[in-house]
Design a protein around this ligand. Sequence first.
Ligand SMILES: Nc1ncnc2c1ncn2[C@@H]1O[C@H](COP(=O)(O)OS(=O)(=O)O)[C@@H](OP(=O)(O)O)[C@H]1O
Length: 871
Amino acid sequence: MEGDQSPGGSAVSQDTYLLIGGAPPLQQGRPRSVPRGCRPWRLWHRTSLCLAGPRKASWRRRVVVLAVLIAVLLLLLYSLGESSHRTIMSMVRGRPPEAAFRCNGPVNTTSQLPHPHAPPRPTQSRLREDPKVLLFTETQYSRTGQAIIHILVANRIKYKMEGKYGVVVFENFERYLQIDPWNRELLDKYLRDYGVGLVGFMPAREETQVGAKLRGFPLYVHSNLGLENVSLNTDTTYTPLEWAAPSLPHFSEERLILSILDKGDYDGISRVLFGGNLDFWLHRLLFLDAVSYLSLGRISLSLERYILVDIDDIFVAKKGVRMTTDDVKALLDSQWRLRELVPEWRFNLGFSGKYYQNGYPEENAGDRMLLEHVDEFWWFGHMWGHTQPHTLTQEKLEHQMQLNKQFALAHNIPTDSGYSIAPHHSGVYPVHEPLYDAWKKVWNVRVTSSEEYPHLYPARLRRGFIHRNIMVLPRQTCGLFTHTVFIDKYPGGRQTLDSSIHGGELFLSIVYNPISIFMTHLSNYGNDRLALYTFESVIKFIKCWTNLSLRTVPPLQLGEKYFHLFPNERDPVWGYPCADRRHMQIWAKEKSCEQLPKFLVIGPQKTGTTALYTFLAMHPAIVANYPSADTFEEVQFFNGKNYYKGIDWYMNFFPVPANSSSRFLFEKSATYFEGEMVPQRVKALLPHSRLVVTVIPPSKRAYSWYHHMRAHNDPTALQYTFHQVITAGDGDPRALRSLRNKCLVPGMYAKHLERWLDHFPASQLILIDGEELRSDPVYVMNDLQRFLGIQPFYNYTEHLRYDKRKGFFCQVTEEDKTKCLGRGKGRIYPPMNESDAKLLKEYYQPYNVALEKLLTRLDYPVPKWLEEELQ
Ligand SMILES: Nc1ncnc2c1ncn2[C@@H]1O[C@H](COP(=O)(O)OS(=O)(=O)O)[C@@H](OP(=O)(O)O)[C@H]1O
């Protein structure tokens, strides 16, 4: 094995590093030659000499000449008028760069997929679970480990440290070799039995090694040597590495490493070993291929990549950075060239009609020419006046959209794309409901895209979701913004853009995302036409270096494809808007995180949650949610269909914040406790919230719940006895089995608590003994006040009193009477029969044991009833 090494003697100068055929070297400034006399500094020099004669001009003369010159220039400009502005600018600017990328080999112009690269899958090597990667990193911060995780996450490849795996990855291969014989044999047996392969990386070394033998392995390591003759396995998803001959300019500054394939002839285990890290893009592709190859195709990405390039702000840009007729022609030409590489390629144009014909005369001609070629592009309505939707009411939004639609109809622009986007992503996420309503009503929008979900950064975590039947697709960043108009003004210099194209961020975005939507702006197509340069270059680079098959389809089809590929992204996860500065900027001003609860009473049902809710609401500093008519007073947002109504719907259950933010808003929904998705959703929206859980003996809870269902005339509960419900088997009717589950499952307290604790630290959760709440509510309420840190401290002794008739503690009214909970709380029903009680005690035994262990581990008090249950 050869170690890290840059290709010897192949240093290539800057100008050849850039892939612009025939372009002058970068150091010379502009990419195209400019007539010398037209350059302002040249003009000044020559004129001064001419007026002042051959002798060295005195400084006075120079000042006079300069003043005359400025005056002449101003006069000239004035007389030529605005129409000449662009002509002068283009003389000064030179010509835009071209994507004249040269590929040292055949460009992959076919749209066919290559032959399957994975060896046939042995029947005995089937994995029962979702294939995952088992990853061993040195530490959570180690460099290659981070790079591996980065690639896996960006490609949505699951990885973990437990369960069944499709591939095992060692950040440091030596760790694998150092495993003690017993564990090594276990791991190797697993790899052999399930046909799971291994990827290993050789650690970087300062010192040079020549022929160092790998422990217990027939391999010898040579490190820090030059790579002379590279010849590698050609059976890869991407372009064979033999293309990476040292003479190729792309590799001049990169560190090539050698990677080898061990086909398992030695010990039955296939391995791919990398001589170094993943810094270089080609090795990242090779790593993905290795994962695919070693998992026998189970962890394999399709080779199809869909790209859609939106051109936003059509007609919006300022004078001077809009498109002229030449630019429109260049756009059309580029579109034709791109079709050679991506079948049916079309740019997707988003227009704001209000600014039509708002440029210099040549630019207005450009506007008209775009409309003359309306059929050549895909179109979508942007916002008429480019206003941010979150600042507008639904009425105003509809009005703006209507104006743009009328403009479209008047200019034969198609209006049926079903796609739209909002200026600055405003209103898409965080959701501004009026935007979704207006979009649906005026434009029948069914798909949009945004960079903001869940956050702009890190880009690799951007995802899609569906809200109210509108598909929101993630957008990728291509490095061009409204103000990136000239190549020499590109932030970080042209080299930065080029390295993003040549294996950097833009290239990897396309490689890692089966579907990429890029946002560009009108201004990126005028002047230096950077968007044309960027996309033609990156597409050629991809076609040159990979076997990816590039495609494009209109947005609606793209949306359907996206959620077909990633069905588990359909459901949104609403995030806390105040944690993200950008989200705050595009969230309606009247909204505030102070209108979200500070704590939740999460249940489970029948443990005394209503009493707790009522007692809490008595506190002067605590504000409960408004009651919901549909859900028996509870909001029930996080656990059911209400979640899809969005956070505006949820926030409407709470009063608009008053001046003081010391009020504690809360809500109680007793079914949150056992909901599978609830902890994750609560964590996302209310990351700082405190959680209040009440528990009573689980069998008692189950019995109370059964009677609750009977009292609510549930037909199944009325039809079957408690015994029949708790002993229902798999062969029983569905309704009965469902009732059994709802009756028994919430009482598995430890299991549900563990799930909450996966998302929240124990310090944010308090466990209340429901039996104690019943017998000594004052003590419990004081404890809870301390946990929540609520001021002022409320003296419940004066406000709660035992009511003999009710048999429970009740609220003391101003008239010194008691106000108790309704008949539905503290019901009267016959005691549970002994055999059912015994049955349930046995049933819940393991869950109660686990609960006791959990509480002890967390240093929480163990309720008395639990001690008794375990005796
Ligand atoms: N102060 C006071 N007043 C009335 N009831 C009290 C009180 N404290 C605790 N309990 C017990 O609360 C049980 C109802 O629990 P929940 O309020 O959680 O029920 S629900 O899930 O909201 O339906 C209810 O269960 P049942 O006795 O089966 O009706 C009561 O035992």
